[in-house]
Design a protein around this ligand. Structure first.
Ligand code: NAD
Ligand code: TDX
Length: 337
């Protein structure tokens, strides 16, 4: 198999590439990544020496580059996206460009090479905020922030190529991932690394918003299962059933790092903050997938990884990140150090 992984220098993409190279010894993996602020070649450092791995820096919206990279592939797995909800609230052009136009650029090429399988990596956020119940793959799409609206746009476009041209398109929609190599703007790596730096952790609103936590390696196994065994045109929800309020996760992180609850700052809420995401993942489980370990063990392994890899995250939290942190947090109501 030849697989193109777009966005493969990001958090989930790099974990997926590592899984493919380790578990499929005869597969060749090409990564195409724009290396935005969130894309990091260091995420792939341990894989560079593999003769089955090739890296290209570039944009999925660049039709002539994609025209060279896509045709020799058996499959394309598209992780490329702008991914942080808070950033989408201050400007969403890049979100839309990559999620919608980038997806279209690739599908127009695949239209001329219809044997290629295309997996669109999407999110539970497209179902919107659920006060009760859980979303199935047939639930309506009710995205409520520019990030999730951009992702829903990409999903609908991808499905339209299945309907219009019979392309082999599949979609995965996972819940919140956590684990090694996650850019420290997302809540878990932000809180863990803040505490390692002796800084407080800024919890939005009342801390009762609910997310369903999925270890990144479990998501990657699920995506590989969909790539190999998923039915064409189908959508697969991927959730581990670890729904909990943010305050509970925060307290577990504090406990894992032996830190007091006085490190929590209850700060002004995210505008339009989705209250709860929740997935029915029965379809994924029917393909034989399940999470491999308990949430607490996976959280402790994640905390240990950030503790053991300060060189990886300290550089990411310097430079432009400091300005981002100042604007996003230090000026936020309720924050103090
Ligand atoms: P990330 O921000 O860590 O990585 C995104 C990667 O895409 C980066 O390496 C970036 O450089 C690259 N990229 C951005 N625009 C590009 C472009 N135009 N061309 C090529 N590369 C580009 O994000 P992540 O958390 O790894 O998320 C990966 C995918 O999974 C995204 O599509 C996201 O919507 C989806 N997802 C993430 C989560 C989560 O909890 N992190 C949950 C569900 C779905
Ligand atoms: O500083 C913070 N304080 C806080 O309380 C941050 C960054 C977040 N939060 C809250 C907001 C959410 O309820 O924690 C929860 C998780 O926040 P994020 O890590 O920003 O993730 P979320 O907004 O839930 O979106 C994530 O999951 C779905 C990913 O960023 C998306 O890419 C994915 O599609």
């Amino acid at each position: 198999m030849n697989v193109l992984v777009t966005g493969g220098a990001g958090f989930i993409g790099s974990n997926f590439v590592r899984l493919l190279l380790h578990q499929r010894p005869d597969w060749r993996v090409t990564v195409l990544d724009k290396l935005t602020y969130a894309g990091n070649p260091a995420n792939l450092d341990d894989l560079k020496t593999s003769s089955r791995f090739t890296f290209y820096k570039g944009d999925i919206c660049d039709g002539s580059l994609m025209e060279k990279l896509i045709p020799p592939q058996d499959a394309v797995v598209n992780f490329a996206a702008e991914t942080h909800v808070d950033r989408s609230l201050t400007g969403a052009d890049d979100f839309l460009r990559t999620a919608v136009l980038g997806t279209n650029t690739m599908l127009e090429i695949i239209q001329r090479h219809p044997a290629i399988r295309y997996i669109q990596i999407s999110t539970d956020e497209v179902y919107g905020s659920l006060e009760e119940g859980s979303a199935t793959e047939a639930s309506p799409l009710v995205p409520r922030n520019p990030y999730s609206a951009s992702k829903a746009g990409g999903d609908l476009l991808a499905l339209s190529y299945k309907e219009s041209f019979g392309l082999d398109v599949l979609i995965t929609r996972s819940s919140n991932n956590f684990g090694p190599y996650q850019y420290p703007e997302k809540v878990m790596p932000l809180f863990i690394t803040n505490l390692l730096e002796g800084k407080p952790v800024p919890l939005y609103g009342d801390g009762l918003n609910i997310r369903d936590w999925l270890f990144v390696e479990d998501n990657c196994h699920a995506i590989l299962t969909v790539l190999e065994h998923g039915a064409s045109g189908h959508i697969y929800n991927i959730g581990a059933g670890n729904e909990m309020p943010n305050i509970t996760v925060t307290k577990m992180i504090l406990e894992a790092l032996n830190q007091p609850e006085s490190m929590i700052r209850m700060v002004e809420d995210r505008p339009g903050h989705d209250r709860r995401y929740s997935l029915v993942s029965d379809k994924m489980r029917l393909l034989g997938w399940k999470p491999e370990a308990a949430f607490r063990d996976q959280l402790e392994a994640t905390v240990a990884w950030y503790r053991e890899n300060p060189v990886w995250w300290e550089s990411l939290k310097s430079g432009a990140f400091k300005e981002y942190y100042r604007k996003m947090y230090e000026e936020r109501k309720g924050y103090y150090e």
